[in-house]
Design a protein around this ligand. Structure first.
Ligand SMILES: [Zn+2]
Length: 305
């Protein structure tokens, strides 16, 4: 009996995870993957055809494959890496280095990749993969840095408004796992303001963020409450000022066979604008709206200690 579609897909995705683990902090363009390596012995050989078909892996020849930027980002998201405090710290460090280059400037700037690596103190391969996959915009929808023309791995083009709202970088990354809670405990020992004044959720991010008009201290709590963000404070989900779903204006738009739904804030709600809801999509207009409603409910869920 042949494997079901689901089994094949599960096997391909598990192979993707093995590849991701093997690549580690190495740059994806030069981490050559050989299917005969012991690390992949548990995988079905057909998975090596499925991943290239989905654009996650690129086949160079029979024995050599490389992870694509999309494959790296997909594997990272599936491994739940974006909620890992260590990962958050790295992204924050890299963002600060990139942002520092465009601070006070009126146009974008080209910076040698090596300079960015050196200034960030992060593994070169990891920085390469983040820029190569445009991870910052992929995960958070923010203005991201990218390779200058064909200078992949050599010159980074940092837009003037890079990560202007990058305070929101962490807004999607809710504290839903133990690791993040441990990080919060660590912060509690180090700083004051360690709990949300409304629901007592712990502080999860404390940072100094540069923006065009100066710098501000930003505190973000596990419930989503953010204080000091340049683009406005975000209330706790238990705060009566936290925007109701009705306070967002839903804007739908058809793109090909897909309906997109955007949640925009209306002038009647002071705080809706501070709560960012990522665009949703669906096969029908109703489906896209429903997806937005669900995204809102997830965002508005009270923090559970
Ligand atoms: Zn709270």
């Amino acid at each position: 009996m042949s494997d079901s579609r689901e089994t094949r897909r599960a096997d391909a995705l598990s192979l993707l995870q093995s590849i991701f683990a093997e690549v580690g902090d190495g740059p994806i363009d030069s981490a050559l993957l050989d299917p005969s390596q012991a690390a992949y012995s548990g995988s079905n050989p057909t998975s090596w055809d499925e991943l290239p078909a989905e654009g996650l892996v690129l086949k160079l020849d029979e024995n050599q494959y490389v992870l694509t930027p999309g494959g790296w980002a997909e594997a990272l998201a599936r491994a739940d890496v974006p909620s890992d405090p260590q990962f958050l710290k790295r992204v924050g460090q890299l963002c600060q280095v990139l942002k520092a280059h465009v601070k006070g400037r009126h146009r974008s700037i080209l910076v040698p990749f090596e300079d960015i690596v050196k200034a960030s103190g992060l593994p070169s391969g990891w920085v390469f993969n983040v820029i190569d996959s445009r991870l910052i915009s992929r995960l958070h929808g923010r203005k991201d840095a990218f390779w200058f023309q064909s200078a992949r791995g050599r010159i980074v083009d940092i837009p003037r408004d890079f990560g202007l709202e990058s305070v929101d970088l962490f807004a999607d990354l809710r504290a839903e796992n133990e690791r993040l809670k441990e990080e919060a405990e660590h912060f509690n020992d180090l700083y004051g303001y360690s709990r949300c004044s409304t629901c007592l959720a712990p502080l999860v991010t404390l940072g100094q963020w540069e923006h065009e008009y100066g710098s501000e201290e930003v505190m973000e709590y596990a419930c989503g409450m953010t204080v000091g963000a340049p683009n406005g404070d975000v209330p706790c989900t238990r705060d009566p000022r936290f925007p109701k779903f009705e306070e967002f204006e839903l804007i739908t738009r058809r793109e090909g066979n897909t309906w997109l739904c955007y949640a925009s804030h209306t002038p009647k709600s002071r705080f809706a604008g501070s709560v960012h809801l990522t665009r949703t999509c669906g096969k029908t207009e109703d489906e896209a709206r429903q997806a937005m409603k669900e995204a809102y409910l997830r965002r508005a869920a009270p923090w559970k200690g």
